[in-house]
Design a protein around this ligand. Sequence first.
Ligand code: LLP
Length: 451
Amino acid sequence: MDGFEYRNGVLHAGDVPLPAIAEAVGTPAYVYSADGIRSAFSRLMAACETMGAKPHYALKASPNLHICRLLRELGAGMDVVSGGELERAWLAGTPMEEIVFAGVRAALSGRFSPLGTAAESFGRSGIEARGPVGLINVESPSELERLSAIAAELGVGAQVCVRVNPNVDPKTHEYVTTGKDRNKFGIDVDQVPPLFERYRDDPYLELVGLHVHIGSSVRQTDPYADATRVVLALVDDLEAAGHAIAVLDLGGGWGAEYESGEAPSVDAYAAAMAPLIAERVAQGLRVIIEPGKKIMANAGVLLTRVQHIKQGRTRRFVICDAGMQTLIRPALYKAFHFIWPVQIEAQHLPPKRAEHLDLEDLVRCDIVGPICESADFLAHDRDIPEVKRGDLLAVFSAGAYGMSMTSNYNDHGRPVEVMTDGGKATVIGERQTLAAVLEREREGRGLELGW
Ligand code: LLP
């Protein structure tokens, strides 16, 4: 279903055996399955229809242009958070009206491009004429103030959603919790109506709606219902005060299945919100959601090669060429990723993806990387079939926030990215060479500081 399966003991992405990819491009490598992306997106689209929502892909999850292009072709809008991400969304072919942006100048002018004419090498021209983005989400009163000043300076109108902090606990890891009042995100509910009042007659800004995003890897649907109720009550108040609310952006964060059976389906998330918004949708309310993980997490694996096995006094270490520089989620969030050899005997076919499987002849080990830190691990205390130096491991559910959070720590180049489609495999992002890593330091540039 997610595009990865064992066939005769060999893990395949689509119809392509992963050992062939490792042979061709080396490791570590991120491998995505186009079919996996298509199937996740089509399930999501169906769920969106039941709630009358339009999905905007949160491209921070996996920003590769080829992935954005594929999702764009499938009908996704884009959710972006920086000038760089805006550029990607645009280079991927997304019309500006279908981009939701949290950020300002580049989005408003529609004329600014950090790439300039270099955009042509990505098949996009007409930077001058691309126009402003469809919707801007703002997080704070001072951001709104700045937005209003820039809009006036440029003489450009903008439609704005105000991000509300609903003070709802998404019951996920504290580092990816965004909906509680102790989090920096959004504006407290009671501060929102005065803001709508203040900008009621702004000549350039039109406050058209509300935005809420409570966190990531939210594995329960209740918090979505709670947050939706909070914003709907606010919509009632705003409408009673004479403000027209045309848009509701209900954010992302829908939990992906890192471990079999742990996450609700897209339909369950949709069902938690659909009845609450149904009446307003029927009256023409535009509803947006911004998922990243739910689309991409399971559509990618990280392919890594075992470099050494070390038997310590109390532990067995499997040392790989991928580590915290390649996939930081275990180190940062203690995130679980199912890890299994790419080539296995029949008795080791995993019945599901889970921390511990009831199979014969497994060996308990710590799966670690090459970085000089004890936080450099992919898994602790994991039972896997015995592996030896040179074997390949697949780190599953690595398609979201894997590549996008890589680093050059310890001077490792960033990994190669490959996408498979049926029996075809394409390099969609080259491995970063050491020369490219060092290039930006080639000659120290003297600064003219004027003193
Ligand atoms: N909308 C907003 C405003 C967001 O901040 C995010 C993610 C999303 C949508 C998409 O969330 P998703 O559906 O992908 O969960 N690095 C972390 C996740 C951080 C998410 C940041 N914001 C991880 O690897 O788990």
